[in-house]
Design a binder for this molecule. Structure first.
Ligand code: 8YV
Length: 321
């Protein structure tokens, strides 16, 4: 008998076909929302699952799934999974590192340019039929070329973002919990600075750190007050790294000039304060969403699941014992 697995969200057909060679697959192709109770009920008799960031895996859920051996996240970030609880329950947890760095880095630049040059604000004005004449001082924005880019987190995605900045002839500074090795600093042409220096010197602050209790509200009221009033803040990492209430206040009061956001606290129910603001570019957590990359992510999660349940050694194991 094939092991039973659950795929919690709609995935590509060929990924399901691949999984079906090894498993008895229950999949949520209609993509119906699954609350904690539905997820637990569906997982109760399964040995494995392919999940997304909306599926919370904690000790309570695991206690209801005695057969579970592997949880494979279709994401590089895994703050939706309690890794320690998985370890205690003997459940392997995996993620999808590497395959989405370039695509997420590209999208970060879409946010940088759209925010700096006020693209969505200008488009809304045009679509509303308000464009009656050319004006010299219309939608004056921030120059990206030759500006100072401040990167929080020079990991895989932060490095991609830094390398893209070379084309804009920018000065790149970064801050991280640990200083990067010199090869990475050279390839990124990035200089290590303190958190305070980064905030006060950067024209564009972009965040590329994972979410954890240590990075909760890494950027809050105080940090925004250290930024230049002309600066913009970009977040394509995780909601919760930025204090959304403080950000809305900073955008309203002119503490900073603008923000480009792909992620929010309490997704998908973002703070309605954002919707009333003109100086913010908003996206529904799509930074990794190119056709090719989302396919690679789903296939890598599937490969992790197959390896976990057939060999016990998935390539992207997060909780080795
Ligand atoms: C995913 C992401 O699309 O990989 C991550 O950590 O944030 C995105 O690329 C999302 O998490 C889907 O689960």
């Amino acid at each position: 008998m094939k092991p039973k697995i659950l795929v919690t969200r709609e995935v590509f057909n060929d990924v399901l076909e691949y999984l079906s060679q090894y498993f008895d697959v229950t999949s949520n192709q209609p993509d119906l929302p699954m609350d904690a109770e539905t997820l637990a009920a569906n997982l109760a008799d399964k040995q494995g699952a392919m999940i997304t960031l909306s599926d919370k895996i904690d000790a309570t859920l695991l206690s209801r799934c005695p057969n579970l051996k592997a949880i494979c996240n279709i994401a590089v970030g895994y703050n939706n999974v309690d890794i320690e609880a998985c370890r205690k329950a003997g459940v392997m947890a995996t993620n999808t590192p590497g395959v989405l760095d370039d695509t997420t880095g590209d999208f970060t630049w879409a946010l940088v340019l759209a925010t700096a040059r006020r693209l969505t604000e200008a488009e809304a004005y045009l679509r509303a039929g308000q464009w009656d004449r050319w004006k010299l001082k219309q939608f004056l924005g921030l120059d990206v070329h030759h500006a100072t880019l401040g990167i929080f987190g020079l990991g895989r995605i932060g490095q991609v973002v830094a390398r893209r900045a070379i084309g804009f002839e920018m000065k790149v500074i970064y801050h991280d919990v640990r200083r990067a090795v010199s090869e990475i600093e050279e390839a990124s042409r990035a200089r290590f600075v303190s958190k305070e220096e980064l905030l006060s010197q950067a024209d564009i602050v972009t965040i590329h750190v994972p979410y954890s209790p240590a990075t909760h509200h890494l950027i809050g009221k105080q940090e925004m007050e250290r930024m230049k009033p002309t600066a913009i803040l970009i977040n394509a990492s995780r909601g919760g790294v930025v204090d959304d209430v403080a950000l809305i206040e900073a955008l309203l009061s002119g503490t900073i000039a603008g923000a480009g956001l792909d992620v929010f606290e309490n997704e998908p129910k973002l703070n309605p304060g954002f919707l009333a603001l003109k100086n913010v570019v908003l996206a529904p957590h799509i930074a990794s969403s190119s056709k090719a990359t989302r396919h690679k992510m789903a296939m890598l999660a599937a490969e992790n699941l197959v390896a976990a349940l057939t060999t016990g050694h998935p390539p992207n194991l997060l909780n080795p014992v």
